[in-house]
Design a protein around this ligand. Structure first.
Ligand code: A4P
Ligand code: MG
Length: 193
């Protein structure tokens, strides 16, 4: 079950975040908030602890609130590199940060959590934080593509995302539950609430 980030262990209902149809509401401190979704992955040095630590750290992002956190999932590695299984999860935020500002914050969090750039593309890593969706944003710029280009064919993203936001409309792609129905999710297994 998806969990409200401020109430670990309690079910929260599926679609607690608004659809990405633009600005959502005004927050007294932070200004206008957009829903944003983040994918987390690790397959080095106690991956489960790495992902849990990273989700906890999302609570501290500036001008943002962590609203939803998925369960943790073990997944078979995707890609050409032989490497250990991953632990994956997703989180839902409400944020006043722009997409570029949020990506900078996620990358700085990766560094603080000890991420080193993998020696090979798609290689093993201690922690990876990808920005999946930011409101209704669509962009393809050096350094930032939205929605994240890997969403539609990655069961290790769609399974945890469908847990917290099955009705989320991923810009230009469709609803999460429909995208999930199109992928083979047999290599993704829930391991912790
Ligand atoms: N970038 C562009 N758009 C975005 C975005 N929306 N979110 C740029 C995050 N980053 C974005 O990312 C490389 C560059 O992508 C950055 O410079 C950023 O500006 P990175 O995190 O530095 O490097 P990476 O993660 O090694 O590369 P890449 O291509 O993002 O790898 P992926 O796609 O993250 O795949 N198998 C399983 N089961 N589970 C996994 O989590 N992960 C990977 C890595 C491979 N296989 C996996 C998993
Ligand atoms: Mg990445």
């Amino acid at each position: 079950m998806p969990r409200r980030a401020d109430a670990p262990g309690r079910g929260a209902g599926a679609a607690a975040l608004p659809q990405p149809d633009g600005h959502w509401g005004r927050d007294l401190d932070a200004g206008w908030l957009n829903p944003a979704y983040v994918a987390l992955g690790s397959n080095l040095e106690d991956p489960r602890a790495q992902v849990e630590r990273a989700i906890d750290a999302l609570e501290g992002l500036p001008d943002s609130r962590l609203v939803l956190r998925s369960s943790l999932y073990r997944s078979r590695p995707l890609g050409p590199v032989e490497q250990p299984d991953f632990v994956n999860a997703t989180a839902g935020l409400l944020t006043a940060l722009s997409p570029a500002e949020l990506l900078v914050e996620l990358q700085s969090l990766e560094s603080r959590l000890g991420r080193e750039r993998p020696a090979v593309r798609w290689g093993p890593r201690r922690i990876d934080l990808d920005l999946l969706v930011h409101g209704a944003e669509r962009r393809d710029e050096p350094g930032l593509t939205l929605p994240h280009p890997g969403i539609a064919d990655r069961a290790f993203v769609l399974v945890p995302l469908a847990e917290i936001a099955p009705d989320l409309l991923v810009p230009a792609l469709g609803r999460v539950r429909a995208l999930l129905a199109l992928v083979d999710d047999s290599g993704v297994e829930r391991i912790a609430p």
